[in-house]
Design a protein around this ligand. Structure first.
Ligand code: DX5
Ligand code: ZN
Length: 218
């Protein structure tokens, strides 16, 4: 199984102090920072885009930004996010008719390529060709668009199915993940753990990050 990585979602951070918040997470043991990029089309909200990614990248050069692109036209932002310092680019399968083309565009940069599926999208929609072409699959455990929602445990069989089909791939979970739901994620085979409110709303993010990691590495 690939290595565990804990990726706090900055959507739950104090966005007015984003650079400091990212540094605080790195100092607390975060492996990656999860950046939720929304365009007001694929999801109703708008949060941040490439200029914010660039600003964080400049202020916190050692950061690994896991960019979750909740956008309607995923190919459109590949170059901008790459030039801004994004390290991984996750597009939604539901947002494109040609996922292999989006992967090709991401591969033309130095970023890692990843594909996400919404709670309503079966794991079987990820073809063998697509699974072999990406570095990571993100199984959403809430409907995308907002932090602080309830974890959907019914998505766990998809994590298990994808882990069985692609043993060496990173499988990420995102949405409502925290100390109370981590065991289900780890048991199903997820190794990249995104958590927003569970980490940022806790007095000791360091303890939460260490706990989530320990449950995956058990
Ligand atoms: C939802 C986002 C998630 C969200 C996670 O649209 O993709 O990354 O911020 O936040 P929590 O952990 O609070 O559910
Ligand atoms: Zn996300």
């Amino acid at each position: 199984m690939p290595a565990t990585k804990i990726a706090p979602s900055v959507l739950a951070s104090d966005l007015g102090n984003l650079n400091c918040e990212c540094q605080r997470m790195i100092d607390s043991g975060a492996d990656w920072l999860h950046m939720d990029i929304m365009d007001g089309h694929f999801v109703p909200n708008i949060v941040m885009g490439a200029p914010v990614v660039a600003s964080v990248s400049k202020a916190v050069p050692e950061i690994f930004m896991d960019c979750h692109m909740m956008v309607a036209d995923p190919g459109r932002w590949v170059k901008d996010i790459s030039e801004a310092g994004g390290k991984s680019y996750t597009f939604h399968l539901e947002a494109t008719d040609d996922p292999m083309d989006v992967v090709r565009q991401i591969r033309a940069t130095k970023m890692r390529a990843a594909v996400a599926i919404n709670p309503g999208t079966p794991a079987s929609e990820i073809s063998d060709e697509l699974g072999k072409a990406v570095d990571m699959i993100l199984v959403m455990t809430v409907w995308p668009g907002a932090g602080g929602q309830k974890f959907m445990k019914e998505c766990m069989p998809k994590v298990a199915e994808l882990r069985a089909r692609f043993p060496d791939l990173d499988v990420e979970v995102d949405g409502g993940v925290g100390p109370k739901t981590i065991d289900r994620c780890a048991d199903a085979g997820a190794n990249i753990i995104v958590a927003g409110t569970a980490i940022f709303n806790h007095p000791s993010p360091k303890d939460v990050i260490a706990f989530l990691r320990s449950r995956c590495d058990e």
